[in-house]
Design a protein around this ligand. Structure first.
Ligand SMILES: *[C@@H]1O[C@H](CO)[C@@H](O)[C@H](O)[C@H]1NC(C)=O
Length: 277
């Protein structure tokens, strides 16, 4: 009798192990390593993944699925210490010359100097909509959640639930908006010391290699097609007044670059979306 129960318990825990592995296996199930070979490693039952960069190569991964709209969260702990010259990316992109793209890029820095969080949006192959921010915490100490909410009304970039940028659908004013090309989720860690840190002045210190960034807490709300999307709350969600006020406060205090105020770059006038609140 006792023996039988023990046997059942063992079988049960083996079963549980497989079930929980399947549930937690985000990086094994949802992503494929696209470059860098063994430099990208999943661990913790696939709940987490570390990308590394050394002198020979960086590394990266891509989602197996494509998304047409979605609410995507990723927790990232960025390269600690002297990360100057390195860039960690996390973005959505389709393929081809007229591709759409929604970007987060994290530009490393010398120890104790601030990272720059770079954001951009491409619609039908046209980008040049950069906004950059300092962060209000040390992004290398703990995991923080970086989110993209993409629906037909807008793209909202958030950090730990606080919106930092909104790119509205202003197609009615002739401004392209990503809305018909499915995108993959990508992430990478690579060397960009020709431009990343202080415009390329500070180079990667290879004596500190390998560099590593860790991803976890991947969560994606999406829908297989437009019709089934409309039942999801995120699909029609926009920022309320309180969220807009928070975003404006972040932009006032932490934004370090805005294409919409770069006179040198747009001497003939700013892009039209810049003058639409
Ligand atoms: C790095 O630190 C310098 C000096 O504080 C700062 O000007 C720069 O914006 C920081 N970030 C990057 C990515 O260069």
């Amino acid at each position: 009798m006792h023996h039988k129960i023990m046997k059942m318990l063992t079988m049960f825990s083996v079963l549980l192990y497989f079930v929980s592995a399947a549930l937690a296996g985000n990086f094994y199930e949802d992503f494929a390593v696209t470059w860098g070979g063994g430099r990208a490693k999943s661990f913790d039952n696939g709940n987490s993944l570390t990308l590394t960069l050394d002198r020979d190569s960086g590394s990266g991964f891509r989602s197996k699925r494509q998304f047409l709209f979605g609410k995507i969260d990723m927790k990232i702990k960025l390269v600690p210490g002297n990360s100057a010259g390195t860039v960690t990316t996390y973005y959505l992109s389709s393929l081809g010359q007229f591709h759409d793209e929604i970007d987060f890029e994290f530009l490393g820095n010398l120890s104790g100097q601030p990272y720059v969080m770079h954001t951009n949006v491409y619609a039908q192959g046209k980008g040049s909509k950069e906004q950059q921010f300092y962060l209000w915490f040390d992004p290398t100490k703990d995991f923080h959640t970086y989110s993209i909410q993409w629906n037909p009304q807008s793209i909202i970039f958030s950090v730990d639930g606080t919106p930092v940028r909104q790119f509205k659908n202003l197609e009615s004013r002739g401004i392209p908006f990503p809305k018909s090309q499915p995108m993959w989720i990508y992430a990478s860690l690579w060397n960009a010391d020709d431009w990343a840190t202080r415009g390329g002045l500070v180079k990667t210190d290879w004596s500190k290699a390998p560099f590593y960034a860790t991803f976890t807490g991947f969560n994606a709300l999406s829908c297989p097609n437009y019709a089934s999307c409309s039942t999801n709350s995120w699909f029609s969600q926009s920022l309320d007044y309180a969220a807009i006020a928070k975003m404006k406060w972040i932009q006032k205090n932490y934004m370090v670059y805005n294409y919409c105020t770069d006179y040198r770059r747009f001497p003939g006038g700013f892009p039209p979306e810049c003058s639409i609140a």
